[in-house]
Design a protein around this ligand. Structure first.
Ligand code: GLC
Length: 649
């Protein structure tokens, strides 16, 4: 604390809330003053000239204090424990699974009963897809929230969630929930009030009396769901106005140029923190600032708001890490960790969407050159931050890396993307993949890809074709894809069902609330009889479950796989093999992955140019010890296989 007017004002506020600066709340007060100047600077950067600035800033500080006071002791203690570890989430011993509570276990109560399943697999971190109230039929899988504080009745009650959190804490599991920060459902109370003509709440959204501004915005804003929700505005007859709806027509974009919106959403963030959330997934952060004449994505003000959010969380609930779900171009993703003097002061975690898509690229082509050409932005991740490492999630796969990266590897970007889309949609003759194109935009030629891990890897077709060779290949590809993302750095996030190679589920076509969105094909309804097959030796479910379990256990056992910015790519000795070295102190782990459908070769020299000349290498995956040969002799990787090699002499 210092004598500046801001700090004196802060002190008064704390006293008004009976905060014990000297003793009981000392650590909080220290955090409060340590972050106060930054909070004010960032707040002023966006709202300094706004007429509501003073009242909103006071409301924000009050909200921080109140939420700290309401924070249950058990989570305050957990905050303290986390603070003792340096960046607790960089650990190699956290593995997540993302799941829909209803599709996985019916409801929250059902999920309590399944905690032993996660333990069996080795998963100790759950991302529960949106749980808060969301209107049936207009829900976008829960990403259209009508009440940020009430668990949707279909999952149970707030008390059920509290119970689950308690059980998860006892089992030392971490929890991630979503904060749908960019928009609300059109049935959220704010939107309902806006529809009823309340000007205060109309200012919570982007409302326009005619199409003039919407038309201008539309000129530079891309469409997210061009097939099902074209354009970025929806006419609302109740108020005779146009509202900005970047995603679906029932998801109204929040207007963050209004400071009351930020304060109200920050209050929701802190409410979620006090439920015991370890990781908060900020949904669609790239979209939170809009500006005429721009794409309305990745704008500098969006970053300022996220930094402000981070500062506030550090004060009130410092143990909660922030995941920014920015699925954008590679050099844009990296900015969500913070840039310049704010490096590592924005989101703690981001999805490694670039690497994920590149692995799919390599799988379709058997060629890793584009993956290598695209590593520069990925490797720029600052120390102290990490990735969500994944192969599949509830969303589509966007081939979001730059054309220049494709061209650098020697391909024509247009033809290459067309090939990938046709391959995964199964249009390409002979393709074993059974995915589908998502959000095809005839104006731009863009499309993304839907499909489950197993179906995209060829399992669905192999079963249909009764082709055992294809089936074996599909299983190898599934394990290769999971292994690569798990060992490259970051927190592995499995998508439920993939641990048992669930193929596409087409039942969504019978549900009018879902049939317009083919992402539901890869969001299975878990059949617990099928899951029992994990115990049937010889079944592919058993094979994939055991392999996934072994991948997790292997990662848990190797501290070198913690994400301490210790990944270096190996020079490209063979275009089919992706290889990188994880190093820590004087240890090195060579991780090599063969994306080709036949064996691929690496000269032993590939392991001798990183400061050591090992004579024996232990493969932590197979347990085999390889005697290192002469420089010109070969280490052979079988089709779609990988190795984790460590010098053992
Ligand atoms: C995020 C979610 C996606 C949703 C969108 C709109 O990208 O992952 O499922 O459709 O936000 O909320």
């Amino acid at each position: 604390m210092n004598d500046s007017p801001l700090h004196l004002f802060g002190k008064k506020l704390l006293q008004a809330h009976s905060i014990d600066i000297e003793k009981k709340d000392k650590a909080f007060a220290q955090r409060f003053f340590a972050h106060l100047d930054k909070i004010e600077d960032l707040f002023n950067e966006i709202y300094g000239a706004n007429a509501k600035r003073n009242a909103a800033f006071d409301a924000l500080l009050n909200s921080l204090i109140l939420h700290y006071q309401q924070r249950p002791l058990v989570f305050k203690n957990k905050d303290d424990q986390k603070a003792k570890q340096t960046h607790w989430f960089l650990s190699n011993q956290i593995t997540g699974m993302s799941l829909y509570v209803d599709r996985f276990a019916n409801n929250l109560e059902g999920l309590h009963q399944k905690l032993s399943y996660f333990k069996e697999l080795g998963v100790n971190f759950l991302h529960l897809m949106p749980l808060f109230e969301s209107p049936a039929g207009e829900s976008d899988g829960g990403y259209a929230v009508s009440n940020f504080r009430k668990v949707d009745a279909k999952f149970g009650s707030n008390a059920d969630l509290e119970n689950l959190v308690q059980k998860m804490n006892q089992a030392q599991m971490y929890l991630m929930l979503d904060m749908v920060f960019n928009h609300t459902s059109h049935h959220h109370e704010w939107a309902e009030k806006a529809k009823a003509g309340d000007k205060y709440y109309q200012d919570f959204y982007y409302c326009y009396e005619n199409r003039d501004l919407p038309n201008q915005f539309d000129q530079s804003m891309p469409e997210i769901f061009p097939e099902t929700a074209p354009g970025n505005f929806t006419y609302i007859p109740e108020m005779n106005q146009w509202v900005m709806t970047v995603f679906h027509h029932y998801q109204w974009d929040l207007n963050y140029s209004n400071p009351d919106v930020f304060v109200a959403m920050m209050d929701n963030v802190l409410y979620a923190a006090n439920l015991g959330v370890d990781f908060l997934r900020i949904d669609a952060p790239a979209f939170i600032w809009k500006q005429l004449g721009s794409s309305c994505q990745n704008l500098p003000q969006a970053h300022t708001l996220l930094r402000l959010l981070k500062q506030c969380v550090q004060v009130a609930s410092p143990g909660m890490a922030l995941l920014g779900e920015a699925i954008v171009a590679p050099y844009e993703i990296i900015k969500y960790f913070g840039t310049d003097e704010a490096t590592a002061q924005e989101c703690d975690i981001a999805y490694n969407a670039t690497q994920m898509a590149l692995q799919w690229d390599a799988l379709a082509t058997g060629d890793t050159r584009i993956m290598l050409a695209a590593q520069d932005p990925i490797l720029q991740k600052p120390y102290g931050c990490t990735w969500i490492a994944y192969t599949r999630c509830h969303d589509d796969i966007g081939l979001g890396y730059d054309d220049a990266m494709i061209e650098r590897a020697g391909f024509n970007a247009y033809h290459h993307r067309t090939y990938l889309k046709n391959y995964f949609a199964g249009i390409q003759a002979g393709s074993p993949s059974a995915g589908a194109l998502f959000s095809v935009n005839p104006k731009t030629g863009d499309a993304r890809i839907s499909g489950s891990l197993a179906s995209l890897c060829g399992l669905e077709k192999a079963i249909e074709w009764k082709n055992d060779n294809e089936l074996q290949n599909a299983l190898k590809k599934i394990i290769l894809m999971q292994a690569h993302s798990m060992f490259m750095g970051g927190i592995p996030m499995l998508f439920y069902g993939d641990e048992l190679a669930y193929t596409n589920d087409y039942s969504y076509l019978q549900d009018t609330g879902k049939s317009y969105d083919n992402r539901w094909m890869h969001r299975p309804i878990i059949d617990w009889d099928k899951n029992e097959k994990r115990n049937t030796v010889g079944s592919f479910e058993n094979h994939i479950f055991l392999a996934t379990k072994k991948l997790i256990a292997t990662r848990n056992s190797l501290t070198i796989l913690s994400d301490v910015k210790n990944t270096t790519w190996m020079p490209p000795h063979n275009i089919h093999i992706a290889g990188f070295v994880r190093s820590f102190e004087n240890k090195k782990l060579y991780c090599v992955f063969n994306y080709k459908d036949t064996a691929s070769y690496l000269t032993w020299y590939a392991f001798k140019e990183h400061g050591e000349r090992p004579s024996k290498l232990l493969d932590h995956w197979t347990g085999q010890v390889h005697k290192v040969g002469n420089d010109h002799e070969y280490f052979v990787l079988a089709a779609y296989s990988f190795a984790l090699l460590e010098a053992v002499d």
